[in-house]
Design a binder for this molecule. Sequence first.
Ligand code: ATR
Length: 276
Amino acid sequence: MENQNTISGNTRVYAIIADPIHHVQTPAAMNRLFTERGEDRVMVPFHVSAEGLPGVVAGLRAIQSLDGFIVTVPHKSAIVELCDSVSDAAQLVGAVNVVRRNADGSLHGDILDGAGFVAGLRQRGVEPAGLSVYLAGAGGAAKAIAFALAAAGVSKITLFNRTTHKAEALVQRLATVFPAVQLCVGSEDPSGHDLVVNGTSLGLCVDDMLPLNVALLTSSQIVAEIIMQPAITPLLAAATEKGCRVLDGMPMLLCQIELMAAAMATEKNGQNHEYI
Ligand code: ATR
């Protein structure tokens, strides 16, 4: 948090927008990166409801010292329409989690959840190519992860979501881009897959139900989380008891931090990260 003490009139500002906001780990990681790089930048948390999002985003366009913002639960789909342009990946996924504010106030959105998740797997020595995957969820993060896993060459993706039509729609979208991947809508039963992923927001709150039927996990499966706080979710605790190898949500975030910083860099220096 060193850079909080050195904030000046020249400091470039970044935000993270979420509801709830208490769990976010990105500001700490991003501010650490800014400090390590000796950059005069700071990221601050903005607690914004779904109803408040359009008004806040309209206001952010006018803040000339703001270079960009991160968007997370539950805004990743709604923000797409509020951007002036989005990357091909964000268009395909239908979600945005990082927005660059250009000097003229225009907003460019990108989605890095999928790239971050796959990079996090590889960092832990798990190569997704050829794996069969069970993915719970069909929201912004799950969609991005599904596309990134398909792009990384998984053999099969079974999608399970509370709202079934969202899983069906995602299967259809994936099928048009990745005809070689075996795709289906599944149930709460994750058995028979090499990699089991929680791509829902379940696990964030203490009284959340489990995202899938943990009784049916077997010890040969790898179970991965997108939830970062708590680090050991009830799903990961149950999977550990079953003898599974577990991967917490932190690598996805850490692998995304540098990608996010690059995505929010000024137009001139910005790299438009595309994973597909
Ligand atoms: P994010 O951008 O983080 O992915 P999101 O787009 O709001 O957030 O998606 C949240 C995901 O968690 C969705 O798959 C959602 O299921 P629905 O599509 O049925 O809403 C899932 N989810 C959230 N709360 C849930 C709950 N109580 N039970 C089951 N699934 C839940």
